[in-house]
Design a protein around this ligand. Structure first.
Ligand code: MN
Length: 222
């Protein structure tokens, strides 16, 4: 959990400071790679819409929902945690969680030209919990494929074990006391332009060619 807040602090410190000084609202973080870096697995066109339109819309909605309320100076994670399962605050939770999940997801990806690196420490933790790296990958792909409708497949840390889980819609492990290590966005907007209905091909492409396991290790260590 600590790790998580730490990552989030890095991501949102500047804008929160801005918010305190000038009442500036949340703004869209830049992608940690260029629009063409994920090709041919995820096209620039998909990223343009996914980051520029969908992720941006969650930010705009969240800003609208908290503007002029006592919550307007809260941090992103603060908003997410206090709105979770709270009657009348579903819109704030959904948008805050989607902003968070997307920033987390972008960091889970690496440019396609970069070789896959599986850090030893991460691999050992996965083997300890799953028996083998391959078994974890199989479970992660299974979770991504079996999620009915929109959602996310995750690798999380809970009680010193590494686990695979899936969440529906905007739901996020952060709201359940789990530390996210890695995620795949399995909303149709993540893959429809490139893969249409072939979710399995998209999931394979992300896990086999774009996964940034070093980011997962950073989260595991915190
Ligand atoms: Mn998405």
């Amino acid at each position: 959990m600590g790790a998580f807040l730490k990552w989030s602090d890095i991501c949102y410190t500047k804008k929160n400071v801005n918010k305190l000084i000038s009442n500036t609202m949340f703004t869209l973080n830049e992608l940690p790679f260029s629009l063409t870096d994920l090709e041919p697995h995820i096209s620039a066109k998909t990223l343009e819409f996914h980051h520029g339109k969908h992720h941006q819309a969650y930010i705009d909605n969240l800003n609208k929902l908290v503007a002029g309320t006592p919550w307007e100076k809260d941090s992103l994670v603060g908003l997410l945690l206090k709105s979770y399962a709270r009657e009348g605050k579903e819109g704030i939770f959904n948008n805050a969680a989607q902003v968070y999940n997307h920033d987390f997801f972008w960091n889970c990806l690496r440019p396609a030209r970069h070789e896959a690196v599986i850090p030893v420490e991460l691999k050992n933790a996965v083997i300890h919990s799953f028996g083998s790296w391959e078994k974890m990958i199989e479970e992660l792909k299974g979770a991504a494929l079996s999620q009915f409708g929109s959602g996310w497949a995750w690798l999380v840390k809970e009680d010193d074990q590494v686990r695979v889980i899936k969440t529906s819609n905007a739901d996020t492990p952060l709201a359940h006391g789990q530390t996210p290590l890695f995620t795949i966005d399995i909303w149709e907007h993540a893959y429809y332009l490139d893969y249409q209905n072939k979710r399995a091909a998209y999931v394979d492409a992300v896990i086999d060619n774009l996964a940034n396991w070093s980011f997962a290790l950073e989260n595991l260590k915190d």
